[in-house]
Ligand binder design. Structure first.
Ligand code: UDP
Length: 467
């Protein structure tokens, strides 16, 4: 790993170590950042868990992959039914010592601290931030959510003290604006159903503690044009440099994009199905890789889609419906409602996993019914596709508020998912004047996204070199 300088001197390249928690929505941006840092002249090692391990053969050949061999994960970390907070806590515990050991042996093998410029660590993995910091390695926290969501998260202890996060929140409070986090209302704040504000606060305290003690900068998969005030506020609040290097999936001018990491092989037959559809006629429905719904909501979604009369492509992944029954196993998708397939015939296409970015770029797609995961939202924005939003947990409520009210590129399915309302919302967004206006605004955001340059990435590389 040596570099030839213009004066002929050979010098060791500086190495960056990256580590992501093994969620689809964290791994993909991390691997893209890894490829971009490599293209920027840095040597890159990706430390990873055995669970959902990236396949080195499918990624950039010049990246080095090293497993940390985390301690065996309890059911809480892998069960599709468990909440996101339980997963985060279990993963932090399972990764703490193995990450530290893996990084320590890397420091020994690669010639010591001089070679490793910094560790870019998942901003939800306080255990890894702390371990790297304690080993004397400069740490950058990689956030795979928005700047608005990070501000909301860091404000949780203050919000709890002010009575905004204590569940159950009184109905009349839900539409109150949250001071300092406008345009968010109380109902838009980060929450995880089934866990109390105390648990959430102690997780946030661990993240904020690690950031405060060990982190030299924050890297976000967002861009200035879309979150300028939120980024400015975040920089003030953290007193740290914050690099808005997104949208990461768009920035491959110097390096080939790494292959997408997914829990299932994408079903590419949906692209041929889309080819046969008129432009902007199809609704794409996917709630990402983690969100689950109960059987009742699943049936309302299905019959709402059927009742709308609109052609649709729907990702129904194994585990998407909670309590689907042991006989379904992990790998079988949940059964569709009786009579549904006969009703929709060829008007609907159902897949276990879609090549989502290609789907969103397809001209047949008119609207994306999304849970507002940050990656899905950015992918939709970058293709100028308006959204129908059904946020499920964590930062998805925050993003949904920005999509519908701040950027004006989407509308809500409704607080209650009910077939009649679903059908109405789908028809409205696909055909109505509101839909056309959202599409126009989405086109504008798409242009701003494509103008996002690689200058923030250059700034990040320079900062890393200076550490
Ligand atoms: N995705 C995909 N195919 C699917 C569903 C999702 O490739 O059928 C990808 C999608 O493009 C996005 C990621 O999975 O990059 C989901 O990340 P997001 O942050 O939107 O949601 P999460 O899964 O973390 O809740």
């Amino acid at each position: 790993q040596e570099q030839q300088l213009s004066n002929g001197v050979r010098r060791r390249r500086r190495r960056v170590v990256l580590f992501s928690l093994p969620f689809q929505g964290h791994l993909n941006p991390t691997l893209k950042l890894a490829a971009l840092l490599h293209a920027g002249g840095l040597a890159v090692t990706v430390l990873h868990t055995d669970f959902n391990a990236p396949d080195p053969a499918r990624h950039h050949p010049e990246l080095t992959f090293v497993p940390i061999h985390e301690t065996p994960l309890p059911d809480a970390a892998v069960s599709p039914d468990s909440d996101i907070l339980a997963k985060l806590l279990a993963l932090n515990a399972a990764c703490a010592a193995p990450f530290r050991d893996a990084l320590a042996s890397l420091l020994l093998c690669s010639g010591g601290h001089d070679d490793v410029a910094c560790a870019v660590v998942d901003g939800q993995c306080y255990a890894a931030m702390r371990a790297a910091g304690e080993l004397g390695v400069p740490v950058l926290a990689l956030r795979t959510d928005s700047a608005a969501a990070l501000r909301n998260m860091l404000a949780i202890p203050r919000l709890r003290d002010a009575g905004y996060c204590l569940l159950p929140i009184k109905e009349e409070k839900l539409d109150e604006p949250v001071p300092g986090l406008e345009p968010l209302r109380v109902r838009d704040l980060i929450r995880v159903d089934g866990c109390d504000a105390g648990e959430l606060c102690s997780f946030v305290a661990s993240v904020a503690g690690a950031v405060g003690a060990w982190v030299s900068g924050v890297v976000l998969n967002t861009f200035e044009a879309i979150e300028e005030p939120e980024l400015a506020a975040l920089r003030r609040e953290l007193s740290l440099p914050a690099f808005a290097v997104g949208p990461l999936h768009m920035l491959f001018r110097r390096a080939p994009a790494p292959a997408e990491q997914g829990p299932h092989a994408p079903d590419r037959s949906c692209l041929a199905w889309l080819d046969a559809r008129p432009p902007r006629s199809v609704l794409y429905v996917s709630l990402g890789s983690l969100a689950c719904v109960g059987r009742g909501v699943f049936e309302e979604m299905a019959w709402g889609l059927a009742g709308s009369g609109v052609p649709f492509l729907w990702v129904v992944r194994p585990g998407f419906v909670t309590g689907a029954g042991a006989s379904d196993g992990e790998e079988a998708p949940p059964p569709l409602p009786d009579g549904f397939e006969e009703e929709i015939k060829d008007r609907g296409k159902i897949v276990r996993w879609a090549p989502q970015r290609e789907v969103l770029a397809h001209e047949a797609i008119g609207t994306f019914w999304t849970h507002c995961g940050w990656n899905s939202t950015l992918e939709s924005v970058c293709e100028g596709v308006p959204m129908l939003v059904q946020p499920c947990f964590a930062d998805q409520m925050v993003t949904a508020r920005y999509v519908t009210h701040e950027w004006g590129v989407g509308m809500a399915v409704g607080e209650v998912v009910e077939r009649g309302r679903v059908a109405q919302a789908v028809k409205k967004v696909m055909a109505g004047g509101d839909g056309a206006q959202m599409r126009e605004r989405a086109r504008h955001l798409k242009m701003q996204a494509s103008d996002a340059t690689s200058s923030a990435m250059d700034g990040l590389v320079q900062y890393i070199m200076s550490l």
